[in-house]
Design a protein around this ligand. Structure first.
Ligand SMILES: Cc1cc2nc3c(=O)[nH]c(=O)nc-3n(C[C@H](O)[C@H](O)[C@H](O)COP(=O)(O)OP(=O)(O)OC[C@H]3O[C@@H](n4cnc5c(N)ncnc54)[C@H](O)[C@@H]3O)c2cc1C
Length: 473
């Protein structure tokens, strides 16, 4: 039977749009199915930060970097639990794909940026050189650039159309079934995002997230329903990244990503259940959730009245009014003295007093000999914090509770070919982005890794899918 299309792409996020562009550039007839009323997925909600090393933007800023350094850092942070061949390819292709995006019209000004919302080069994680490239318009801007390129190539996106399952022809993937209609194709690229919106899949593939209990909330796009897992089951695909994902440490009362929730006060001390300070309060989310997990799974954010009153009003969660309301309701501890606060927190008053004393002796002077927070604050362009000394005092429970990314995907090789249990390619099947597995590891390396994973994966899976019929794959 004649194929309807050369390449069918499932999902119009960063990975799917990049795949559409490269498959079309190879001269193939391509169609994209998108389950939601609009394109973009989590990529659209993101800062669009893209991690890459040795880029023209870094060079213009005099930053000495290259993909091999990126590779070493990536592997070290993940304790070499990932496949070096795959990661080395990813690090090199991130640089090339970033330049490809600039060629498509992405704008990343050659300037230092202090945060994920300011276009330019910023600190992405705990790397020694800055690798986070924030584009103009953030994730929305990135999606618009990809979508313009997709339209220029005449590729159609069919909205509100959820792919239900793969169409199989023997052991070959021969298309998809969407809205009950069989659509035949030479190759299928699964670019359907993560699984964070399906609680049963989260429980199974990222059980650590369940430790947050009622505080757990998900910020990824509604389409992140883990359909890739169901497609994989049809062809007995191998998975990678099981048990891993990315949680951000937030206050128990947050329910939105911090851009909408608001930000905790700069003058805050993070202490463990014994009242000891144990980390840089501004540690990158690449490592923050892991550190908190190692210290009992939750912590106290301790701050004072000056810090509360200094919060900008208008945010639903981190605002002076909401913190007061939480304290009035008894969910946030508030006390007239640190001794009394320690009692409410169940920690030794002497330990808490010593913690606050040491913090007050150093942090307001712009130094942190214990955890180097002054370096994080400097990277963010934030001045030294005020001391914590104005009653009443507050203690808010903080824990890894904001679920943004899942790492369990269909094990794929460097060209995005999905591998079966014996690690042989499943003919006709490709995956990219959060739906693919192997790149995102036990540690989220830093802002920009998941977007790079999506665009790099999509770009190469699309190109490989374009040759699926002519190659034995
Ligand atoms: C708030 C937020 C901020 C973030 N910021 C950053 C950042 O700055 N940098 C970074 O690196 N990472 C960031 N991330 C993570 C990153 O955005 C994602 O991991 C990445 O964009 C995923 O891209 P994707 O193409 O794989 O999936 P998505 O962009 O989610 O696209 C998948 C698409 O597939 C569609 N779909 C799903 N199932 C089907 C189906 N069965 N049929 C048809 N369509 C389907 C979905 O609706 C969706 O549109 C952030 C995530 C969030 C939630």
């Amino acid at each position: 039977m004649e194929d309807d299309w050369d390449v069918v792409i499932v999902g119009a996020g960063g990975a799917g749009l990049a795949a559409a562009i490269s498959a079309a550039d190879a001269g193939r007839r391509v169609v994209v199915f998108e389950s939601e009323p609009e394109i973009g997925g989590s990529t659209n909600l993101s800062a669009g930060m893209f991690t890459a090393a040795g880029t023209s933007v870094q060079q213009a800023l005099g930053v000495d970097d290259d993909p091999e350094k990126h590779f070493q850092h990536y592997m070290d942070l993940n304790q070499w639990r990932l496949r070096p061949g795959l990661i080395r390819g990813f690090c090199h292709r991130s640089r090339d794909t970033f330049e490809w995006l600039l060629g498509l019209g992405l704008e990343v000004p050659a300037q230092r940026s202090t945060n994920a919302h300011m276009p330019g080069l910023t600190r992405a994680g705990v790397e020694d050189v800055w690798r986070g490239h924030v584009p103009a318009g953030e994730g929305y801007g990135l999606v618009q650039v990809l979508d313009r390129a997709r339209r220029a190539r005449g590729v159609e996106v069919v909205l509100r159309t959820r792919v239900e399952r793969l169409l199989l022809d023997g052991d070959r993937v021969a298309g998809v079934v969407a809205d009950g209609v069989e659509v035949r194709a030479g190759a299928v690229v699964v670019a359907s995002g993560g699984l964070t919106r399906d609680p049963r899949l989260v429980e199974r593939y990222y059980p650590d997230a369940m430790a947050a209990g009622d505080a757990l909330f998900v910020v990824s796009a509604p389409g992140s329903r883990g359909d890739h897992i169901r497609f994989g089951e049809q062809v007995d695909a191998a998975l990678a990244g099981e048990g891993w994902g990315m949680l951000l440490v937030t206050a128990y009362f947050q329910r939105l990503h911090h851009w909408q929730s608001g930000f905790p006060p700069v003058s805050r001390i993070l202490v463990d259940a014994q009242g000891h300070r144990f980390m840089d309060e501004d540690a990158s989310y690449a490592v923050a959730a892991g550190i908190v997990s190692d210290h009992g799974g939750s912590a106290w954010m301790v701050f004072d009245e000056r810090a509360r009153l200094g919060l900008p009003p208008g945010y639903p969660h981190w605002s002076p009014g909401n913190v007061a309301a939480e304290a009035d309701a008894g969910r946030t501890h508030r006390a007239a003295s640190l001794d009394e606060l320690a009692g409410a927190m169940g920690v030794d008053p002497g330990v808490l007093a010593a913690t606050v004393e040491r913090w007050n002796a150093h942090l307001p002077q712009g130094e942190d000999p214990d955890f180097f927070r002054h370096e994080s604050l400097r990277a963010k362009g934030v001045p030294a914090p005020d001391p914590v000394d104005r009653p009443p005092f507050y203690a808010v429970r903080a824990l890894p509770a904001e679920l943004a990314v899942s790492h369990t995907g269909l094990l794929s090789d460097e060209e995005g070919r999905v591998l079966g249990q014996e690690h042989r390619p499943v003919p006709g099947l490709f995956a990219a982005g959060e739906a693919s597995g192997g790149i995102l590891g036990n540690r989220y390396v830093g802002g920009g890794t998941a977007v790079a994973n999506a665009v790099v994966g999509g770009r190469f899976a699309g190109a490989a899918a374009a040759t699926a019929r002519t190659s034995s794959h």
